[in-house]
Design a binder for this molecule. Structure first.
Ligand code: CP
Ligand code: NVA
Length: 309
């Protein structure tokens, strides 16, 4: 049994195994409908419990489909409807109960500590569905999308991130170390990745490149990523933050500095960090990106249960 909490803590070899498995499984489903179960029914009989402390559209639905395709069953619980928290039940007791009824637990939380606490008290795998510090399922799936579209290993590509130093970027930085790809970041001075993140990159003998000028950040990029300026767990002056990012909008003139065949990715939901013409234009692959979450998350689940082929 393995957890999937932070990409930093998973070996490059295992991450690559997950991506390879997702590719094989996706290929085999060409003629199948959304809820048709994969022929090998690898998680038949298992119950997976998803819990959300914050809103979610894509993660919730893509995992629902992923779980069904693996032959398992799922239930989604709202944090506000459990005894945990307001009802006074301890996290340890809730974790014991989840482990009694369920085979896997998936949590979106506004607290990294809570995910860690659960992992210590559960006897079933836990998957991080987004926390303030990372969004591992999203980013591993995004690597899959990049390689699927570009038809080459991400290690051969120039990746640019325009936006805040948030959970999604942290996970992207982790993958840039694991898969050894070049990562440029374009952000205002006060919103650079924190020192401990840069130190971790250095410790792993890698480098990330940070620019105040978004044009420099996207120069020669094969892929441009962007994300909301204000994240779910941000406790900031939203108006000020959005104003601070006004020169970091991904628009068609910025795209001209990248490679001709650049693609644009965004995990959604979006704000005004990207213009409509880019987001809805032919370089944008955001819908394919969203759909691929189903395929990669299936292989993440199989990794957790030690069932990767
Ligand atoms: N990208 C993503 O995780 O979307 P949701 O917040 O809708 O799950
Ligand atoms: N950085 C965003 C990602 C949303 C999927 C957030 O945390 O709100």
């Amino acid at each position: 049994m393995r957890n999937f909490i932070n990409l930093k803590d998973i070996s490059a070899k295992d991450l690559r195994k997950i991506l390879n498995d997702a590719k094989k499984r996706k290929n085999k489903r060409k003629k199948l409908s959304t809820l048709d179960i994969d022929r090998d029914r690898p998680l038949e009989g298992k119950l997976l419990i998803q819990m959300y402390e914050q809103p979610s559209s894509r993660t919730r639905l893509s995992f629902h489909i992923a779980i069904n395709q693996l032959g398992a069953g799922s239930i989604i619980v709202k944090a506000s409807e459990l005894h945990l928290g307001k009802g006074g039940e301890s996290l340890a007791d809730t974790a014991k109960i989840l482990s009694t009824y369920g085979d896997g637990f998936m949590l979106r939380s506004d607290s990294d500590e809570k995910i860690e606490d659960f992992s210590k008290n559960l006897s079933i795998p836990i998957i991080n569905l987004l926390s303030p510090s990372s969004h591992p399922c999203q980013v591993l799936s995004d690597i899959f999308t990049v390689e699927e579209i570009k038809k080459k290993s991400i290690s051969k590509l120039n990746i640019a991130w325009i936006g805040d130093s948030n959970n999604v970027l942290n996970s992207l930085i982790a993958t840039s170390v694991k898969f050894k790809f070049k990562l440029n970041i374009g952000c205002p001075k006060n919103y650079r990745p924190p020192k401990f993140v840069i130190d971790w990159v250095k410790k792993n003998k890698r480098k990330i490149y940070i620019f105040n000028d978004p044009k420099k950040a996207v120069k020669n990029a094969d892929v441009i990523f962007s994300d909301k300026v204000v994240s779910l767990s941000d406790r900031v002056n939203k108006k000020k933050k959005i104003k601070d990012f006004r020169n970091y909008r991904v628009n068609s003139s910025l795209l001209k500095y990248a490679k001709k065949d650049v693609i644009f990715l965004h995990c959604l939901p979006r704000g005004n960090e990207v213009t409509d013409d880019v987001f809805l234009g032919n370089k944008s692959k955001v819908w394919q990106q969203a759909l691929n979450r189903v395929h990669v998350q299936k292989s993440i689940l199989l990794y957790c249960f030690g069932k990767l082929r």
